[in-house]
Write a protein that binds this ligand. Structure first.
Ligand SMILES: NC(=O)c1ccc[n+]([C@@H]2O[C@H](COP(=O)([O-])OP(=O)(O)OC[C@H]3O[C@@H](n4cnc5c(N)ncnc54)[C@H](OP(=O)(O)O)[C@@H]3O)[C@@H](O)[C@H]2O)c1
Length: 329
């Protein structure tokens, strides 16, 4: 394995897991950036509980200047994180980001996406958005499976996870323990996000098969606890919200072609499921679940180790696969 010089931008839950993995693999951590005043100036290894490594958390991004790649994990919306990513590109450094809307930015931010692509090409670097979802379960893995069927007619992917087994910030962003009406209001006002990236995953799949979607629908709803429920030490009383159910659906005309469903609530079974229908046969795949945070850290680190093989510009995670899909709808 080639050892690289890697920077980390955003030292929250994901940034910490990423840094730990990078250290385990022997990569050189050139710098770590965050805005949290409580950790700025502190040794990264000490924060991780593994002893000093001689790298402190910095406020300024210039510490990332000598990196081959920066792993960026600060936010979900490209309009908010664009200046952060641009500042790294302008130092001539490649970027792998967990920003969900960067996974397929042409949908929500077409102007910013083109600007980012031009900027990356100007500086000769790659920028790519990935993670467990979007980035893997709902898109890359789907494309991989679908490539083993001749003429795809319909795709369904389901991710089901027990929110009790996730971090508290995850439960906050899906409104666990809050009144369902309040959750709906918070979702509509953007105070909580639920899952971000249904449409991005739908478009990643479509793009891997040159499919022109007519429209994509996104939907997210609270899940009301019909009875009090308890899992992994987390209890939700009857009538309160225990999580969310959401979906992204892609259509060609009136025909549904791609359906992605997320179940994330306290007590939900843990599995990922994919069904690919083709004219000739159906392929089904099911797992016993994939931990979201460590899964994301693994994917971004593995992507960082491969990124130099991609041509400069704004790239899509599905381009890392030497495969495509053929739709027949
Ligand atoms: N694609 C995927 O599958 C996937 C998976 C997991 C996470 N994500 C996304 O990745 C992002 C990071 O996740 P997380 O769980 O690590 O979040 P987190 O725990 O909130 O960490 C984000 C960190 O970035 C810092 N930060 C915010 N703005 C910054 C800025 N302008 N400059 C430097 N640092 C800044 C935050 O500091 P403060 O706390 O002081 O704001 C925090 O320490 C989230 O948007 C999350 O939704 C995507």
């Amino acid at each position: 394995m080639i050892l690289m010089r890697i920077g980390v931008y955003g030292f929250g839950a994901i940034g910490k897991l990423v840094t730990r993995l990078l250290i385990e693999r022997g990569h050189d951590i050139v710098g770590v950036v965050d805005i949290d005043e409580r950790i700025i100036g502190r040794d990264v290894g000490e924060i991780l509980g593994i002893g000093k490594i001689g790298v402190e958390v910095s406020k300024g991004v210039s510490v990332l200047e000598t990196a081959d790649v920066v792993i960026h994990a600060t936010g979900s919306y490209l309009d908010k994180v664009y200046p952060q990513i641009a500042s790294v590109i302008e130092m001539g450094v490649n970027v792998v980001s967990t920003c969900e809307t960067l996974a397929y930015p042409y949908y929500r931010y077409p102007v910013l996406a083109r600007r980012l692509d031009e900027l990356a090409k100007t500086y000769g670097v790659v920028v790519i958005g990935t993670g467990i979802n979007p980035g893997f379960i709902f898109d890359t893995l789907v494309v991989l499976l679908a490539s083993s069927t001749p003429n795809v007619t319909w795709i369904k992917a389901v991710r089901s996870l027990d929110a009790a087994k996730r971090r508290e910030p995850f439960r906050r962003k899906i409104g666990v323990g809050v009144k369902p009406d309040v959750v709906r209001e918070m979702l509509s006002r953007g105070e909580i996000t639920g899952h971000v990236g249904y449409a991005e995953s739908v478009y990643l799949i479509a793009q891997a098969g040159d499919l022109n979607l007519t429209r994509v629908e996104e939907y997210q709803e609270p899940v009301i606890a019909e009875e009090s429920v308890e899992s992994a030490g987390i209890r939700v009383e009857r009538g309160l919200n225990k999580g969310i159910v959401g979906r992204g659906v892609g259509y060609v005309g009136d025909k549904e072609v791609i359906r992605l469903e997320l179940y994330a609530y306290v007590g939900a079974p843990e599995y990922d499921y994919i069904a690919i229908k083709s004219r000739e046969y159906t392929v089904e795949w099911k797992s016993t679940g994939t931990p979201g945070d460590l899964g994301t850290a693994s994917i971004v680190v593995n992507t960082a180790e491969k990124i130099l093989q991609l041509p400069p510009g704004l790239r899509l995670v599905t381009e890392l696969l030497p495969l495509k899909i053929r739709f027949s709808v």
